[in-house]
Write a protein that binds this ligand. Structure first.
Ligand SMILES: [Zn+2]
Length: 117
């Protein structure tokens, strides 16, 4: 069993700095965005996209998706340039086949259920 001090130390290393901005709308009608690197991340979460107003549950699902990207940046799986995944170039890979998006879509629902339902 881990001591609390050890757990907190590990979390600090894993989380770095995480900043969440909740914004009315984002450029290009994005639902949410995540920027970052190994030292920290910023998540911008939209309340609306075009004429679509997200429910709180939808916003939390979008947040869960971006939290997966946050993990990818902080662990170094995803480069800040966002076209390199585990040191391989995916700049010509379509959005739906990008490995970081596949992981985020695969895990968002599970994360949402754990933390919101
Ligand atoms: Zn994504």
């Amino acid at each position: 069993m881990l001591e609390l001090k050890t757990v907190l130390k590990r979390q600090k290393v894993l989380l770095g700095v995480m900043l969440l901005n909740v914004i009315t709308t984002l450029e290009h009608s994005a639902y949410a965005l995540c920027y970052g690197d190994r030292n920290g991340v910023q998540i911008d979460l939209a309340r609306c996209s075009g004429h679509l107003k997200f429910s709180l549950e939808e916003q939390m699902l979008n947040l869960a998706h971006e939290l997966v990207h946050a993990k990818q940046f902080i662990t170094g799986q995803l480069s800040p340039i966002k076209q390199n995944w585990k040191k391989k170039d995916y700049s010509t890979t379509p959005y739906s086949r990008q490995p970081w998006e596949r992981e985020a879509y695969a895990k968002e629902e599970k994360l949402y259920k754990i933390f919101w339902e």
